[in-house]
Design a protein around this ligand. Structure first.
Ligand SMILES: C[S@@+](CC[C@H](N)C(=O)[O-])C[C@H]1O[C@@H](n2cnc3c(N)ncnc32)[C@H](O)[C@@H]1O
Length: 96
């Protein structure tokens, strides 16, 4: 991983970059790493997007928000994340 990516991930996770190798283990029991998926679903519900609308989740982490938007609102969500261990966890949740 490029140093810039590591710094960006560490910054987003409010962690020291030296912790990145063990971050997946430290956060193994946490699915959502940011705002509560329920709250994000409420915000998106108010937007009244058509089902099947495509949403881009930049910094999707382990995919908790992406999956909640897809399951509760029928949105299609494309998730992007720079941290491979989180992406692997997100892919494991992916339904389609
Ligand atoms: C606070 S977490 C939020 C994860 C997710 N949105 C959630 O709510 O569970 C921030 C995420 O941004 C990702 N990230 C940080 N910098 C990034 C970058 N430059 N490109 C892509 N993802 C990045 C991190 O790897 C991390 O998964």
């Amino acid at each position: 991983m490029k140093p810039q990516a590591a710094e960006s991930i560490a910054y987003a996770m409010e962690a020291d970059a030296r912790l990145l190798p063990i971050l997946p283990d430290l956060l193994v029991d946490l699915e959502d790493l940011g705002p509560a998926p329920k709250q994000v679903v409420s915000l998106f519900k108010a937007l009244r997007l058509k089902r099947e609308s495509l949403v881009l989740d930049l910094g999707c982490g382990k995919g908790a928000v992406a999956v909640a938007l897809a399951e509760h609102l029928g949105l299609r969500v494309e998730g992007i994340d720079a941290f491979p261990p989180f992406l692997r966890a997100a892919r494991a949740l992916r339904r389609v």
